[in-house]
Each structure stands twice: as structure tokens, then as C-alpha cells.
Design a protein around this ligand. Structure first.
Ligand SMILES: Cc1cc2nc3c(=O)[nH]c(=O)nc-3n(C[C@H](O)[C@H](O)[C@H](O)COP(=O)(O)OP(=O)(O)OC[C@H]3O[C@@H](n4cnc5c(N)ncnc54)[C@H](O)[C@@H]3O)c2cc1C
Length: 342
């Protein structure tokens, strides 16, 4: 192992995943910049190891130890770059805490990220699954990012088109992007901000607060309040947020389901397809609040699976499979997990 890299061995990942599942990494490296990635590539033994890039571990499900090297993205720094085409560019390093970064922009009166308040994790991971909430996705405020290519040792700038963003998807989740490590992300925030209140629950909550002209900070605080009511705090109860993606089906398939289940919760997409509310499907199958061993379904939100204390990864997988089987049997819909399984 190269002496100039501080690599730790047999490293516990229990505090580095919000599910708080027990798992260990054979090797672990805190990465603050591209120089360390160069060094990993330059060392034949390290370069040959399986690699896992880790941010805040808030979208991970560890079912076993990781027999390779964990690259824990920890680079810090954020700055306002200036104006471009009527938008304000802000950049943050991959290891910055996402929510703290959002709050930093809001504290300066910069709007655009407020609907994404209180999402756990790091800035570098936000583009990976095109993090989204309350009617805003990363891609809506994205300018570009810098990525290190572990295959070639080069650093490249990727714009939104190159990132190929989709619903909880991007190039980084596909073979073409799997060697890319995000080093920093630049966001383009609107100079002439308007609140995005397309999401009905958020619009209602802002209206209820009695503010005629809510600021970005007001909207951010409202999002935080809604989330605190509905979602478990990973500091108190282990979880990875929504465990399943909302399944997208054709309008014909949705119509068939509606004929049997008129109260089915669905949202028509711009391309005419229908996004079904996975939480509703799970709830209807009677899973809300139920447990299988040490893994359970959060009583206030059926989409969230939780660690009830000393769960292991396989407990969560067993629960997830049981839910998938029930939803498939009743509705003919296959639920796809959102977290990354190791
Ligand atoms: C309570 C709770 C609520 C949540 N709410 C939402 C929500 O509203 N919307 C939403 O979209 N998600 C939500 N999530 C999921 C999670 O917060 C996001 O997916 C977040 O972006 C993950 O960030 P992370 O740094 O923890 O990534 P990790 O979990 O560490 O990693 C996730 C994936 O990204 C990769 N990755 C991480 N950093 C980098 C990097 N720098 N370069 C390349 N690859 C990288 C990892 O290899 C892995 O594949 C929630 C999670 C929790 C626990």
C-alpha cells in the first residue's frame, strides 16, 4: 500500500450508512481530492480492488462486508461563482453535506434548492440519482459537475445532457458512468426566483402559513416542517428514505388498474405515462407499521423501511422481498428498490 495514502483496514461502516446496518470495509480511504484518486490508480494492488464510492451512506443497503476499497468522499468547500445568463452559479465540493449546502444558499437569499431541503447525504451524490423532492429535481437547477474517471485518470466537466438525468437516474448508475467519481457540482440558481409550489401538499402548507410573498427561506422551512412530520430522522431510527421508486406504467395499464381500484393514487407524466404512488400500493397491502424481525415499515409512511434496532441487511432485504411479492400479486406491479444494495 502506498505510504502517502492513509488507508484504514477492516473499517466499520456502521456509522457511515443511515440504515445503521453492520458492515465492514476491507480498506477505507477518505478522499478530499483528485490527487488521492490518482494515487489509488497508480498502485497496482489498490487499482485491482473492487471500489465503492461513498458519500453520506443515506442511499445504501449493506447486506455484507465490502471486500474492496471504500472511497469516502470528504472534500469540502463552497462558493458563489457569479452570474451567467441571468442565473447565479454556485459550486460545492462533493463531500459537503447536502442540507447544509442548501441552507447556505438560502441564507444568502438564493432560491432554487429550497424544495430539496433536509435530504440527507452529500452534494456529490445528488446528481447520481438526480435527487428530487416536492416537485424539484437536481436536474432542474443543475449546471455542470467535475468528475474523475477511474478508468483513464482524467478529469472532465459534464453538463446536464452528458449526465443523462432521469427519474432517480443518471449516467452514473449505468456502465458508461460507473467509473466516474464526482468531485464537485455547480448549480445554476434563478436570479428572478419564483416559488415552485406545483406539489399540492407544499402549496397548501405555504398557504396555511399565511405568507403572501414567501421567500426561498420560507419555502425551505416549510419543506423541512413537512418532512420532519412525515419521515423518520436517521439519527434516531435507521432508514434510507423512500425504499422503493414510484413505478411508472403506461396509461393503458393505469386505466386497467383504475377499473379495479378507482382510488389508486397516480400522477400523469409529461410523456403520458403514469407514476403510481408506491407508498399507497404498500399501504393497501397492509404493510404500514408492520415488521418482519428487526426490520419494519414506518407507521407514518409506508414507503420507508426502518431498522427497528439491531437489523442486519438481510432482514431489510427479506422485508422488501415480502412487500414486492404482495404488491406484484395484488396489482401486477413490480416495485424497484431505490437504495444501492451491497
Ligand atoms: C430520511 C431520508 C430521506 C430521503 N429523502 C430523499 C428524497 O426526498 N429524495 C431523494 O432523491 N432521495 C432521498 N433520500 C436518499 C438519499 O438522501 C439521496 O439518495 C442522497 O443523494 C444520497 O447521498 P449520500 O451522500 O448519502 O450517497 P450514498 O448513499 O453514500 O451513495 C449513494 C450512491 O451514490 C454514489 N456516490 C456517492 N457519492 C458519489 C460521488 N461523489 N461520485 C460518484 N458516486 C457517488 C454511491 O456510490 C452510491 O451508488 C433520503 C434518504 C433518507 C435517509
Amino acid at each position: 500500500m502506498p505510504a502517502h495514502l492513509t488507508i484504514e483496514h477492516d473499517f466499520s461502516l456502521a456509522s457511515l450508512n443511515t440504515f445503521r446496518l453492520p458492515a465492514r470495509a476491507r480498506h477505507y480511504l477518505r478522499v478530499i481530492g483528485a490527487a488521492q484518486l490518482d494515487a489509488v490508480r497508480a498502485d497496482a494492488a489498490l487499482a485491482a480492488l473492487p471500489r465503492l464510492v461513498l458519500g453520506g451512506g443515506s442511499n445504501m443497503l449493506f447486506t455484507r462486508d465490502f471486500d474492496g476499497i471504500v472511497l469516502h468522499m470528504a472534500g469540502l468547500g463552497k462558493e458563489v461563482l457569479g452570474n451567467e445568463d441571468g442565473r447565479i452559479l454556485v459550486r460545492a465540493q462533493a463531500g459537503e453535506n447536502w442540507h447544509a449546502f442548501v441552507q447556505w444558499t438560502l441564507a444568502q437569499g438564493l432560491g432554487g434548492l429550497e424544495n430539496l431541503s433536509l435530504i440527507p447525504g452529500t452534494v456529490g451524490a445528488a446528481p447520481i440519482q438526480n435527487v428530487g423532492a416536492y416537485g424539484t429535481e437536481t436536474k432542474d437547477v443543475f449546471h455542470s459537475l467535475t468528475a474523475y474517471d477511474m478508468a483513464t485518470g482524467t478529469v472532465a466537466t459534464l453538463d446536464a445532457a452528458a449526465c443523462r438525468f432521469g427519474y432517480r437516474d443518471s449516467i452514473f448508475k449505468h456502465p458508461e458512468g460507473s467509473e466516474l467519481v464526482v468531485l464537485d457540482v455547480t448549480f445554476a440558481l434563478p436570479a428572478g426566483w419564483q416559488p415552485n409550489l406545483r406539489y399540492a401538499e407544499l402549496a397548501r402548507a405555504v398557504a396555511d402559513s399565511g405568507l403572501d410573498a414567501p421567500t426561498p427561506l420560507d419555502v425551505g422551512r416549510t419543506v423541512e416542517a413537512i418532512r420532519r412530520r412525515k419521515l423518520p430522522d436517521p439519527a434516531e431510527i435507521g432508514n434510507a428514505g423512500s425504499f422503493f421508486k414510484n413505478p411508472v406504467v403506461s396509461s393503458a395499464a393505469c386505466a386497467q388498474l383504475l377499473a379495479h381500484y378507482p382510488e389508486l393514487v397516480h400522477h400523469t407524466q409529461p410523456d403520458g405515462s403514469e407514476k403510481l404512488a408506491a407508498g399507497w400500493l404498500i399501504d393497501q397491502c397492509g404493510w404500514k407499521g408492520r415488521a418482519l424481525g428487526a426490520a419494519g415499515v414506518y407507521p407514518k409512511q409506508a414507503l420507508v423501511l426502518v431498522n427497528l434496532g439491531d437489523a442486519r441487511g438481510e432482514d431489510v432485504v427479506r422485508l422488501a422481498r415480502a412487500i414486492q411479492a404482495d404488491v406484484a400479486a395484488r396489482y401486477g406491479v413490480q416495485l424497484e428498490p431505490e437504495p444501492v444494495f451491497i
